[in-house]
Design a protein around this ligand. Structure first.
Ligand SMILES: Nc1ncnc2c1ncn2[C@@H]1O[C@H](COP(=O)(O)OP(=O)(O)OP(=O)(O)O)[C@@H](O)[C@H]1O
Ligand SMILES: [Mg+2]
Length: 220
């Protein structure tokens, strides 16, 4: 079943938040999810250690450069989704994870600087495709967006689309509830109210379903 790798060499692009939101929302819909923390800074594990993990979620840490491929293969079983959270660098670990992916998500803030650095991640995927001689499905996720789209965001979206890059709709909006996951643990459904909770849940669910649709397509 699908392996989703969340990668961007830009620090703070929203990788770990994207991984946790995707994992917890898929699990909430009944999909078994294994999350692999492959970042030495252990953001995902910090979230996982905050309390009881939601139903259908397993979180593993201490995945190293030498164990990453074996670990992904071990948990890539029928009916389950593996989600890999990576460090914000370009490294051999990142390349190895990408080589195992059915879908790579590239979180990106909608600013010119982030888009420029995000483009390096797209290049890394292209290099990996060349190395392993297969296409690797990938898509950009805009993160921390505002309700009113900035001109910058529209411009970046247009140039990505013109380059044939897939963009997940909806983007992940800037929401207090999303950052609070790393304060309280669990998922959006178990958390006490943070800001406009209904809007946060609706956004995260629609995002997770858009990714799930790509996964079912990627596996056909
Ligand atoms: N959609 C969002 N709404 C509100 N806050 C967010 C959102 N996405 C990320 N953040 C906050 O922005 C910061 C960076 O996010 P995150 O840790 O997910 O990025 P990252 O790409 O994993 O960073 P690193 O490269 O350090 O691993 C965190 O404080 C997180 O809580
Ligand atoms: Mg992170």
């Amino acid at each position: 079943m699908p392996v989703v790798v969340v990668a961007s060499s830009k620090g703070g692009a929203g990788k770990s938040t994207t991984a946790v939101l995707l994992g917890t929302e898929l699990a909430h819909k009944g999909v078994p999810v294994t999350m692999l923390d492959c970042d030495p800074n252990r953001s995902l594990s910090i979230w996982a250690d905050l309390g009881t993990l939601p139903e259908n979620v397993r979180a593993l840490n201490d995945v190293s450069e030498s164990s990453i491929v074996k670990t992904i293969k071990q948990y890539d079983v029928d009916g389950a989704v593996v989600i890999v959270d990576l460090e914000g660098v370009a490294s051999r670990m990142v390349s190895r994870a990408i080589s195992q992916a059915d879908l790579v998500l590239i979180p990106m803030r909608a600013t010119t600087l982030d888009a420029k650095i995000g483009a390096q991640s797209l290049k890394l995927i292209a290099e990996e495709e060349e190395a392993i001689n297969r296409k690797i499905a990938h898509a950009v996720v805009f993160t921390m967006t505002r309700a009113i789209r900035s001109k910058q965001q529209t411009g970046i979206e247009t140039s990505l689309r013109e380059a044939g890059i897939d963009i997940i709709e909806p983007p992940l909006m800037e929401r207090a509830a999303f950052s609070a996951l790393f304060e309280f643990g669990g998922n959006l459904h178990s958390m006490e109210k943070q800001g406009n909770m209904a809007a946060a849940i609706e956004n995260a669910e629609a995002f997770a379903m858009a990714v799930y649709k790509r996964l079912t397509e990627a596996l056909q």
